[in-house]
Write a protein that binds this ligand. Structure first.
Ligand SMILES: NC(=O)c1ccc[n+]([C@@H]2O[C@H](COP(=O)([O-])OP(=O)(O)OC[C@H]3O[C@@H](n4cnc5c(N)ncnc54)[C@H](O)[C@@H]3O)[C@@H](O)[C@H]2O)c1
Ligand SMILES: O=C(O)CC[C@@H](O)C(=O)O
Length: 633
């Protein structure tokens, strides 16, 4: 980017809750009052006074005098305070430390806080003492803080205004701060713009008066086209979370600085199309179908997070064609499904689905008829993937014999025996459980023919996907007694929200346990998923690494001191050569490059040695067959 120094206005920064995430005096009180019985109460009083002062409810001088009286601080508390504040610099300011060092002569920190702790904190950012305008403490002979220097204009009401008059800056002035006194500089005509800085605190009375609101410093740099560490402010990234994933997911995205919007249930195609514009990250579970039409309407979509294992609800090839990476949580709820399946096969073997409702109706039906132990029985597992294989181990531990069938070659665990076909397996199994994935080819995978091959009176479990079983055939097998019972957690159509009723011909059939798709619905699984998926997506957005993506070539390139470019293109010959020709024509040196392709797309991460200019970016975007191009940093 070109050097913006001559164009840069003077930037006047507030310190407390703007440059740093906290209020210096509040933190000093916390340190000074450590070990005192009334610490919490006094710190609370000091914070309340700070807030009232910042919101303009009481005069600054009055707020300061009252706070200092409560403080009881000493000179020896200042060193630990500084060390603490150095760890509390606002994230986006620390991220752009280079900007501060480069333009330090245009930056002033004007604060009603105290020079004793501000100077050492901002020094790390190249801002020298002459560009720090703040109060100074007064001390008694024992080093106790007694007050502040009354001669300093900043100790009085309207102090920041007077300070700006004294500064007499010879160019446009932009003020960035979280407090009312920062806005007053603009109100007094001493600044051209006031930016309400809300990264740490957002005060309605201040925001209401702002020319612009800045959720981060990146946003300021982006708006003014100034050099910045990120290529795009994180606060502009919109996340839409559907189907209520664990609250941790929204928390992690918000911590990253993204805007998060949540919808409790699933959305149908039209509803999603109406919401998807401007969304960069879409989070769903198993009930929202992300179709080609939805993807066509998604003008800013970078990634989709499936907060579950299954991804059959997403048009993965179309997402790929549009350069949208999809991530899921392939193992986070595996154990939960295994435990449910184990419980179900015991419960079905004891005909509990029939006995429990009878008890609730007052009927005592004590009988061993149709009940059996699972010890020594044969469990047939269809689909020996993550869930099927783990179930195999647990089932053997409780005395079941395991026979499994999978279309792919799988590592045989324990004493499990592989069946070459369903025809070989089904007549042998006392209980059959499905754990295949939901790919479209598996539609009606298990139907009348397969039920007929099972042992008469055997049990059937489907915790995989609803559409892989022919439900009318299942109902017929249950009614005829060919099946002794079934546990079903997944259905071809599932209600979108808890307020929609559940319709199925399986309702009311004997020894049938129906559950509302809760195989993975445990606190542990949901928490694991809510961490796993956002972490993968943020890693992709921040570094370009596609590790564990279900539709993108998986690339993991270590970060290095470089600028990183991400290029997604149709997998046709010559694209990489064209990218490298553009870089060579612009004299850009490649420090590292990795290309991986799959059947539809090519994905290239390129690390380059110097700041890119807009011409290179435009030329790279124009490379034929480009699907998406992103500059990461
Ligand atoms: N009920 C729930 O809440 C819940 C929770 C998690 C996962 N699931 C579902 O469970 C299923 C299994 O999950 P997983 O993590 O073990 O998946 P996985 O991908 O690890 O395993 C699936 C296995 O099925 C095999 N397979 C696919 N189609 C087959 C076919 N036609 N014939 C034979 N084998 C076939 C694959 O080769 C693979 O080994 C998925 O459908 C998933 O969506 C449901
Ligand atoms: O929680 C869900 O909606 C889906 C759970 C499960 O089917 C999965 O695919 O992980």
């Amino acid at each position: 980017m070109p050097d913006a120094a001559p164009l840069l206005p003077y930037l006047v920064f507030d310190f407390d809750s703007t440059f740093t995430q906290v209020e210096g005096l509040d933190e000093l009180a916390d340190i000074a009052l450590a070990g005192q019985p009334d610490r919490a109460e006094r710190v609370g009083q000091i914070k309340a006074l700070t807030d009232r002062g910042m919101a303009g409810e009481i005069g600054f001088q009055e707020s300061l005098a009252q706070r200092l009286a409560l403080l009881g601080a000493n000179r020896r508390h200042l060193a630990p305070l500084v060390a603490h504040l150095q760890t509390k610099v606002s994230a986006s300011i620390r991220r752009n430390a280079e900007f501060f060092r480069r333009f330090a002569d245009r930056i002033y920190v004007v604060s009603s806080g105290f020079r004793e702790f501000i100077e050492p904190v901002v020094a790390e950012f190249g801002i020298g003492p002459s560009h720090v305008l703040a109060n100074t403490f007064t001390f008694d002979a024992e080093g106790n803080i007694t007050g502040c220097d009354p001669a300093n204009v900043l100790s009085r009401d309207g102090g920041k205004i007077r300070q700006l008059v004294l500064l007499d800056l010879d160019g446009p002035v932009y003020v960035l701060g979280d407090g009312y006194t920062d806005y007053q500089i603009r109100e007094a005509g001493l600044a051209h713009r006031f930016y309400a800085y809300t990264e740490n605190v957002s005060r309605p009375s201040v925001v209401a008066h702002a020319d612009e609101v800045l959720p981060t410093f990146d946003e300021f740099l982006y708006q003014l086209k100034l050099p910045m560490t990120l290529s795009y402010p994180k606060n502009r990234i919109k996340v839409l979370l559907l189907e209520n994933p664990d609250a941790r997911a929204a928390e992690l995205f918000r911590q990253e600085g993204y805007q998060v919007e949540q919808v409790k249930g699933a959305l149908d195609e039209d509803e999603l199309i109406a919401r998807i514009e401007g969304v960069s990250i879409l989070g769903i579970r198993s009930k929202t179908n992300v179709t080609a039409k939805v993807l066509a309407a998604a003008n800013r979509l970078i990634a989709i997070g499936a907060f579950c294992i299954g991804t059959n609800q997403i048009d993965l090839p179309e997402a790929m064609r549009r350069g949208v990476a999809v991530f899921n949580a392939p193992f986070s709820n595996t154990r939960s499904v295994v435990e449910l399946t184990l419980a179900e096969l015991i419960v079905l073997a004891r005909r509990i689905p029939e006995k429990n409702p009878k008890m609730h109706q007052g009927e005592w039906d004590k009988s061993a008829s149709g009940s059996f132990e699972i010890r020594g029985k044969t469990l047939g597992i269809i689909g020996y993937g993550n869930i099927g294989a783990q179930l195999s181990v647990v089932a053997e531990a409780v005395g079941l014999k395991v026979i499994y069938y999978d279309m792919a070659e799988k590592l045989q665990l324990g004493n499990a025996v592989k069946a070459k076909s369903l025809e070989e397996m089904l007549p042998q199994a006392d209980i059959v459980t499905l754990h295949i994935d939901g790919r479209p080819e598996n539609q009606d995978f298990f139907g009348a023919k397969e039920f007929a091959l099972m042992k008469p009176g055997a049990l059937f479990i489907n915790n995989a996907r609803g559409h892989v079983v022919d439900v009318p055939a299942l109902a017929a097998a249950l009614r005829s007694g060919q099946l002794g019972g079934a546990a079903i957690d997944v259905f071809p159509y599932e209600p979108k929200t808890n307020s929609e009723s559940f319709e199925s011909e399986l309702r009311g059939l004997p020894n049938v346990l129906l559950t509302p798709h809760i195989g993975g619905s445990t606190a542990e699984a949901q928490r694991n998923i809510a961490e796993f998926v956002p972490e993968r997506i943020m890693e992709y957005i921040n570094t370009g690494n596609t590790q564990q993506s279900v539709n993108f070539p998986n690339i993991q390139l270590p970060t290095q001191q470089a600028h990183r470019l991400i290029h997604i293109h149709a997998n046709v010959p010559g694209v990489l050569a064209n990218i490298n020709n553009v870089l060579a024509q612009h004299h850009v040196n490649i420090l590292g490059q990795y290309l991986k392709t799959n059947e539809l797309i090519g994905y290239v991460i390129t690390d380059i040695n110097r700041e890119y200019d807009q011409d290179v970016i435009q030329a790279l975007r124009a490379v034929e067959h480009t699907i998406k191009f992103r500059v990461l940093y």
